[in-house]
Ligand binder design. Structure first.
Ligand code: SAH
Length: 498
């Protein structure tokens, strides 16, 4: 039984610019052969046990020849495997997709081609240069600047010089001196506007504007504009940049390190991405089940004895309530208790289990919970669900107010001891613009993990207490959230960055 091959367009770089069908096919694959231009984040769509093979330039790896790729596709499919062949942009635009498809067709191997957003279209959208325009260009030509044999061009540049529309030149960086001269010799005006777009849709996208006469110099090795870049030639390249929405976003080009634990970092990272930043992830603490469930289980058995149950975090809600379910019981056990939750997110987590908090203090500070709870809890039995570490303000205030409090540790909060090597290097090189610090535990863990390198980034702190911890560790804080929430933190960075 032959396998199946999907030739999938990965789009220009931003991992969200792949089609739904492309993602679906990636999920089905046993093995993914991907090109160097493909954003590696896309590989996360593949099954956990799928084999991932880079056939393009990637670190020290060599580039496979086209023949080798085709032989491998046939061999894998011949063994009955489902293969995703993931290519940058569109598989049929200067990507030799047709050759791969022809080889598969000849061998009788079923295949499908999933289109992708080609770089020319993405460059237009992400720079605000419309590649066609009712008044300026009624046609567009996608052109390769890549020379086949020596310098003899196989393209008719004379004809292209007269093309009545926009030219978008792929792979033209190293050959710019040849094709720009050929176009001018063919009669194209030397002052034709040109835009060079490098790494379009990536967070480090760059755009350089010049004229056709100047483009060879702008792309000369001395100016170090490295591929991938494409060149848009025509009047549209010179329109006012009012359509540039991408590079104008408030945090464009800023690298922000998100240090929350796995599973809680995505929303914060996405919020930064919406503002144009490039989020990087390095969890500083990790969340794990308690070393021993005995205490939790005992408290569950005695739930009927408590007047209030207080959840200080979303993790507390999840670990504690999941444990009730694991024991084969359900939420009716909480029927007698009133419920308090620190913060909206904790309350939201409770809602997922069909529970509404009776009390949600305004801010994230445990002290404020104690202040609002204390009047109601004198003489009452309180169960407080917490992490293996954290501040004890809550308990003390409740006890002072005459309540009887039982603390139960429902999950562990542990330091991650070592940073990812790549992140560590970037931190040491001062390449991380902002680092988010969302708790004192995270502050301490980051100080331990990065040492002095942590002076090379701007620290954004969630609250005055986190700020104090950072300062106590010898670090200065560049901004602090006014509202002690993740949204507040994003807003603080946005304001500090102007
Ligand atoms: N199949 C791809 C093109 C492959 S050829 C597509 O459809 O986009 C490789 C060339 O594409 C590069 O040399 C460059 O000219 C262009 N290119 C690819 N990705 C790009 C990007 N993100 N920004 C600018 N140019 C890009």
């Amino acid at each position: 039984m032959p396998g199946h091959v999907y030739l999938i367009g990965a789009g220009p770089g931003d991992p969200q610019l792949i089609t739904l069908r492309g993602v679906q096919c990636l999920k089905k694959a046993d093995i993914v052969l991907y090109d160097g231009l493909v954003n590696p984040q896309l590989l996360a769509h593949a099954a956990a046990d799928a084999e991932l093979v880079c056939v393009g330039k990637h670190g020290q790896q060599r580039i496979w020849t086209q023949d080798e790729i085709q032989v491998e596709l046939l061999r894998l499919a011949g063994e009955g495997r489902v293969v995703a062949r993931l290519k940058g942009g569109d598989p049929a635009v200067f990507a030799r997709g047709a050759e791969e498809a022809a080889a598969l067709s000849q061998a009788g191997i079923p295949f499908e081609v999933v289109p992708g957003i080609t770089a020319a279209l993405a460059a237009g959208s992400f720079t605000g240069i419309p590649i066609t325009h009712r008044h300026h260009a009624s046609a567009v030509a996608l052109v390769t600047g890549h020379q086949q044999d020596n310098d003899a061009t196989d393209l008719d540049w004379n004809a292209l010089a007269k093309f009545p529309g926009t030219l978008v030149i792929y792979m033209g960086v190293t050959t710019a001196h040849i094709w720009s001269k050929a176009l001018i010799d063919g009669g194209k005006r030397a002052d034709t506007p040109v835009a060079i777009v490098r790494r379009c849709t990536w967070s480090d996208q760059q755009i350089f504007r010049c004229t056709l006469a100047e483009v060879a110099d702008r792309l000369s090795p001395a100016n170090k504009i490295r591929p991938p870049a494409l060149v848009i030639v025509g009047p549209v390249a010179d329109l006012p940049d009012q359509l540039d929405w991408f590079q104008r976003r408030p945090l464009f080009g800023q690298r922000v390190l998100v240090t929350r634990p796995i599973g809680q970092a995505d929303a914060l990272g996405e919020a930064f991405k919406e503002l144009g930043a490039d989020p990087l992830y390095q969890p500083a603490v990790e969340i794990a089940p308690p070393a021993d469930w005995a205490d939790v289980d005992d408290s569950i058995a005695r739930l009927a004895d408590f007047d209030w149950i207080v959840f200080s975090s979303r993790n507390g809600v999840q670990f504690y309530l999941d444990r009730i379910l694991e024991l084969g019981r359900d939420m009716r056990l909480l029927g007698r208790c009133q419920i308090a939750a620190v913060g909206d997110r904790t309350a939201e987590a409770l809602r997922q289990y069909g529970l509404l908090a009776d009390l949600v203090p305004e801010d994230f500070e445990a002290a404020s919970l104690a202040a609002s709870l204390a009047p109601q809890t004198a003489g009452k039995q309180i169960l407080s669900i917490r992490a293996s570490r954290g501040r004890d303000v809550l308990r003390q205030q409740l006890v002072d107010a005459g309540a009887s409090v039982r603390d139960v540790v429902a999950y562990q909060n542990r330091d991650v001891l070592q940073a990812d090597a790549g992140i560590g290097q970037r931190m040491a090189d001062g390449q991380i613009d902002w680092t988010t610090v969302t708790s004192s535990a995270i502050a301490r863990s980051l100080a331990q993990m990065f040492g002095d390198s942590l002076h090379r980034t701007k620290l954004a702190s969630l609250s005055p207490i986190t700020t104090q911890t950072l300062q106590g560790l010898g670090f200065s804080v560049a901004c602090e959230a006014k509202q002690y929430t993740m949204d507040g933190l994003v807003e603080a960075i946005r304001q500090a960055d102007v």
